[in-house]
Design a protein around this ligand. Structure first.
Ligand code: ATP
Ligand code: MG
Length: 254
């Protein structure tokens, strides 16, 4: 019967990722239309002279639409990363300093692109400094898209879970014998000892009363861990509540 076959399709274990991908793709089209129209209307605001209420409502629609779009994109990427095996990696030699610079710029610009930016958070944004300390010739052999995601995710978290007016993020790369380490340090909220192991679980987010932030799915670090494993590496966290965190990824030299 048709009904039975639908039930069977939706409950089969291997259909979980397919369903996630299908739902995410189905959400993308209407979301892109909502965002496109709200942006088009917003661009008319100088001519149309909207009332303060209409202007605020439009900005909010655009802000939430953009946020939803990036949530759906992350879900789609999660689905892809989950199914990857080491043989699927497109490894090539990458200059670590250039990669780190690009990821730091992307993490900052993604923060700025969010139309949610209020006068206050713009000031905090202008106070975000990312220092990169990396030998100019240091190279790794890795999948560029995945390693770029990993670094941007760690830097974005360092910015996001940080309520300091002046945010200092330090990215440090070094070569030690047969491994290369990349660490991302922040002086933000820090993580309680009881949460440190849980933050790598899918969908796990620390209570927002503690970090003051709960945006996202709680999927970033789960993907970071998978990417590290795909590259035969390891990840380590040192964190102190209220003092900040250091996430260190070690990769074998190839
Ligand atoms: N640098 C950090 N400082 C303090 N807490 C952190 C830091 N990085 C991660 N966390 C905590 O670990 C949780 C899981 O992080 P993860 O990156 O997986 O999810 P997220 O950033 O909340 O959402 P997503 O990455 O899906 O957008 C976060 O919700 C946060 O509570
Ligand atoms: Mg994250």
């Amino acid at each position: 019967m048709a009904k039975d076959s639908v039930m069977k399709t939706l409950t089969a274990e291997e259909d979980g990722p397919r369903m996630l991908s299908l739902v995410s793709h189905k959400l993308k089209t209407p979301l892109s239309i909502i965002n496109g129209y709200s942006e088009a209307i917003l661009s008319q605001s100088a001519k149309e002279k909207f009332s303060p209420f209409t202007a605020k409502a439009l900005e909010e629609i655009n802000k939430q639409g953009t946020k939803l779009c990036s949530l759906v994109d992350k879900l789609l990427f999660f689905n892809k990363v989950e199914s990857l095996q080491p043989k699927d990696l497109a490894k090539k030699t990458l200059n670590l300093k250039n990669l780190a610079k690009g990821c730091a710029n992307d993490a900052l610009s993604h923060e700025e692109e969010t139309p949610a930016v209020t006068a206050t958070s713009s000031i905090a944004k202008r106070g975000t400094f990312i220092e990169i300390d990396c030998p100019p010739t240091l190279e790794i052999k890795a999948d560029e898209e995945l390693m770029g995601f990993l670094l941007e995710e760690l830097i974005s978290n360092a910015i996001k879970f940080n309520n300091k007016a002046e945010k200092i993020i330090k990215v440090q790369c070094a070569h030690h014998g047969d491994s290369i380490s990349v660490s991302v340090r922040d002086y933000g909220a820090g993580i309680r000892p009881q949460d440190v192991n849980k933050i790598f679980e899918r969908f796990y987010q620390v209570d927002d009363y503690f970090t003051g932030q709960i945006d996202g799915w709680g999927l970033g670090l789960c993907m970071v861990q998978k990417i590290v494993e795909l590259h035969n590496g390891s990840i380590n966290v040192i964190s102190d509540r209220g003092l900040g965190s250091i996430f260190t990824v070690s990769l074998p030299v190839l």
